[in-house]
Design a protein. Structure first.
Length: 637
C-alpha cells in the first residue's frame, strides 16, 4: 500500500505537469452551473449580437443539464428535483435563443416545474433583476438603494464603502438601472408571462413592499437629508450621484473589459451604461462583452461561460501542493509557475485601502486579469508557492515582504481575517431588505480565511506563536467554533471545509493536539466519516447553517477531513488509514460525486465545482501523510 501511495502521488503530479500551460498556469474550469450560460444568451440577444455559433453551443450545454423532472439543479441532491430560479433562467434563455419554442416537450416540462414551485416570483434577486432589465418583471417589486447612497461620507453610520466589494460591484449598476427603470426588448424577446401564477395574492406582495419601504424609510430619509445638507438641490444631487456611480464602475474595469472580472457585475454594467445613453457599439460595451466571451471554456466538450477565471487560485494551490509532494522549487514547472505568479502581484491601490489606509499594495487576486481586487486567500496561497524561492532568488524578496505585510494589515479588529476588505461587517448590513444580504453585502472574518492565514504564518514564516496577531487569530477561531466541533467555512462546502482550515491553522499556530477545541473537532470528524472511509457534505449545509451529510463520499471532502486529522493526530489512527485507502481506491472515480460542488459563492444560489480540487487536495493529504508518518504501513483494521 505504501508503494501504491507513492505511485498515486506521482500519478497526480504527472497529470498536473501535463496540464500546465505554456506560461506556467493551470486553467482548469471554474464551473458554476448554467446561469452564466443562460445570461450570455440573453445578453447577446438583447444587444442584437448574432453570435449564432456561441449561442447554439450554450443551448446544447443548457439542454444537457436538464433533469428528468424538467428542471435544472444547482447540485445533485437539491430538494424538489430542481431549482426554480435556475430553471426560469434556462427556460427564458432557451426561448430567447430561438432554438427552442414554448411547444417543445422539454420546455413544457420546465414550465410545469416552475409553476408547481411558485412561478416567476420565486426566483432569486439576480434573476429578477435580469428579468426586469429585459422587460419580463416589474422594477416596482425590487427593493434597491438610491444612487444618492454613493455620496454619503465615510463618517456616516453606513456608506457605500461599508458594503463588500462584491456587493458594491453589483449594486452600483443596479442602482442606476432601478432608478431609470431601464428595459431593453428586441423583436426576438420571448413572452414568459406564462410563468406567473394567475390569481396570486397581489395584496401580500404590495403589503410586503410597503412594509419594507416603511421599515427603511427613516434610514432612506436620513440619507436624503444628509445629502441635501452637504450638496444642495435634489436635481443637482441626483445628477452628481449618477455621475459618481458611473465613474465608480469605469474606474474598476479590468484590462479585459469586465467589472472586477465578475460575470454578474459586468452583465449589469453593460445594461447600466445603455440606460445612461451608451450605444450598443460603444467601445466600453463591446470591450465588456468581449471580456465575458474570453471567460468561455470547455467542459466535457461543451461550452460554458465561467463566472470568472480561477487562474491565480488554481496555479498557486497546485504549485504549493506539488512542492509539498516533493517537486523541487528548481523544477522547470515550478520555476515557470512562480515567474507567472510574480507578474500577478498587485501594485495598485484597490478599494481595500479605504479601510486600511496605512498599507502598501502587495496582494494577489483570484482571476488571471485581476489587478484591483486582491484577497487574503490568493495572497497566502501564492506566498506558499514562492516560499522556497525567496531564499534563492533575490527578486522574490521584495514580493514576499510586500505580500506578508499586506496580509498582516488586513486582519480585522476582532482577530479574524476577511476575504477582501477589513472592517466590512457592520451589523446594520444584515438588516437591509435585500435577498441574501449577508453573502452579498458583508465581508466578515471567516474560519477558512483565518485558519489558512494562521497556517501560512505558522508553517512558512518565522513568526512566533505568541505574536499578538497570531494570538488574536487563534482566539477568534476558538470563539467561533460550532457546538458540534466544526467551523462554518465561507467559501467551501462547508463545515468540513471550515474544520480543515481551522484545525490546520490552529496546529500551525502552536495549539496542541490535546487542546479541547482540537479534540472536539477531531471527534466530530471521526463521527461523520462514512463507512467507505471517505467524507461527504451536502451543499444544503450552507443554507441550513448546520452540517448536512451528503450520503456519499467525495474526493475533496475526504482530502480536507483527512488532512485535518493528519495535522491534529500524533499517531496513526484507523480513521486516517481508512481515509487514505478511500483516496487510493477512488482516484479514478468518475460519477456525480466527482463533479459535486465543493465551493460556494452565495448559499442557495451560487455553487462552484473546481475541476482542480480532485488533484490538489488529495495530493496535499497524501504528501502530508507521507511526511508525518514516513515509517508507518497502512495495515487493514
Amino acid at each position: 500500500m505504501n508503494d501504491t501511495l507513492s505511485e498515486e502521488i506521482n500519478r497526480i503530479i504527472s497529470i498536473l505537469k501535463k496540464d500546465q500551460s505554456e506560461v506556467g498556469t493551470w486553467d482548469y474550469p471554474f464551473e458554476t452551473g448554467i446561469t452564466t450560460d443562460a445570461y450570455m444568451i440573453i445578453l447577446l440577444r438583447s444587444l442584437t449580437i448574432d453570435d449564432e455559433e456561441l449561442i447554439k453551443e450554450l443551448v446544447v450545454r443548457i439542454l444537457s443539464e436538464q433533469q428528468d423532472s424538467g428542471a435544472w439543479k444547482l447540485f445533485y441532491d437539491e430538494e424538489d428535483e430542481g431549482n426554480v430560479g435556475t430553471t426560469i433562467e434556462a427556460y427564458y434563455a432557451l426561448l430567447y435563443s430561438g432554438y427552442c419554442s414554448h411547444d417543445d416537450v422539454r420546455m413544457q416540462e420546465a414550465r410545469q416545474f416552475i409553476l408547481s414551485n411558485g412561478g416567476i416570483d420565486k426566483s432569486n434577486l439576480l434573476t429578477k433583476i435580469m428579468l426586469a432589465v429585459t422587460g419580463q418583471f416589474s422594477w416596482e417589486k425590487i427593493f434597491t438603494i438610491p444612487t444618492e447612497f454613493v455620496l454619503l461620507p465615510h463618517s456616516f453610520p453606513m456608506n457605500f464603502f461599508d458594503l463588500s466589494v462584491f456587493g458594491r460591484a453589483n449594486i452600483a449598476p443596479l442602482m442606476i438601472l432601478a432608478e431609470k427603470k431601464y428595459i431593453i426588448k428586441t423583436n426576438k424577446s420571448p413572452n414568459i408571462s406564462d410563468l406567473y401564477i394567475l390569481n396570486h395574492n397581489r395584496w401580500d406582495e404590495d403589503y410586503l413592499l410597503s412594509a419594507l419601504s416603511n421599515e427603511w424609510s427613516p434610514f432612506l430619509l436620513s440619507i436624503k437629508n444628509r445629502i441635501e445638507d452637504l450638496f444642495g438641490l435634489p436635481k443637482q444631487i441626483h445628477e452628481l450621484a449618477v455621475e459618481k456611480t458611473k465613474q465608480y464602475m469605469l474606474d474598476r474595469i479590468e484590462p479585459d473589459g469586465t467589472l472586477y472580472s465578475y460575470f454578474s457585475s459586468t452583465f449589469l454594467l453593460i445594461f447600466a451604461f445603455l440606460s445612461l445613453g451608451y450605444k450598443k457599439d460603444h467601445p466600453t460595451i463591446i470591450h465588456a462583452v468581449n471580456g465575458l466571451k474570453s471567460m468561455k471554456c470547455k467542459i466535457d466538450g461543451k461550452t460554458h461561460m465561467q463566472f470568472t477565471t480561477a487562474t491565480v487560485w488554481n496555479t498557486a494551490l497546485i504549485s504549493y501542493a506539488m512542492q509539498e509532494a516533493g517537486v523541487s522549487e528548481l523544477d522547470p514547472v515550478i520555476k515557470k509557475t512562480n515567474k507567472f505568479l510574480l507578474t500577478r502581484q498587485h501594485d495598485k491601490y484597490g478599494d481595500w485601502v479605504i479601510h486600511n489606509p496605512d498599507s502598501l499594495p502587495g496582494g494577489w487576486g483570484f482571476s488571471n486579469v485581476n489587478t484591483l481586487n486582491p484577497d487574503i486567500d490568493d495572497t497566502t496561497a501564492t506566498l506558499r508557492s514562492i516560499s522556497k524561492t525567496v531564499n534563492k532568488k533575490t527578486k522574490f524578496h521584495s514580493s514576499w515582504a510586500r505580500g506578508i505585510h499586506w496580509v498582516f494589515s488586513m486582519q480585522n479588529d476582532d482577530g479574524g481575517w476577511p476575504s477582501f476588505e477589513k472592517g466590512v461587517n457592520k451589523s446594520i448590513l444584515s438588516m437591509i431588505p435585500i435577498e441574501d444580504a449577508e453573502y452579498l453585502l458583508a465581508d466578515p472574518s471567516s474560519a477558512d480565511l483565518t485558519g489558512r492565514a494562521l497556517e501560512f504564518f505558522g508553517n512558512f514564516t518565522n513568526l512566533k506563536n505568541d505574536h499578538d496577531s497570531i494570538k488574536l487569530g487563534v482566539n477568534w477561531l476558538i470563539d467561533h467554533q460550532e457546538p458540534n466541533g466544526s467551523w462554518y467555512g465561507r467559501w467551501g462546502i462547508c463545515y468540513i471545509y471550515g474544520a480543515w482550515a481551522a484545525i490546520t491553522g490552529l496546529v500551525a499556530a502552536g495549539i496542541s493536539s490535546d487542546h479541547p477545541s482540537i479534540l472536539k473537532s477531531v471527534k466530530w470528524l471521526r463521527e461523520i466519516q462514512n463507512s467507505d472511509g471517505g467524507w461527504g457534505e451536502s451543499c444544503k449545509s450552507d443554507k441550513m447553517k448546520t452540517y448536512v451529510p451528503l450520503g456519499s463520499s467525495t474526493l475533496t471532502h475526504t482530502a480536507w477531513a483527512l488532512d485535518a486529522l493528519i495535522a491534529a493526530e500524533e499517531e496513526l489512527t484507523p480513521e486516517i488509514i481508512s481515509g487514505i485507502k478511500y483516496i487510493l481506491e477512488n482516484n479514478d472515480k468518475d460519477d456525480w460525486t466527482t463533479s459535486y460542488p465543493t465551493g460556494q459563492g452565495m448559499a442557495g444560489s451560487f455553487y462552484i465545482h473546481y475541476h482542480s480540487y480532485r488533484y490538489i487536495f488529495p495530493l496535499l493529504a497524501l504528501a502530508h501523510y507521507q511526511k508525518k508518518f514516513p515509517n508507518e504501513r497502512l495495515l487493514t483494521h
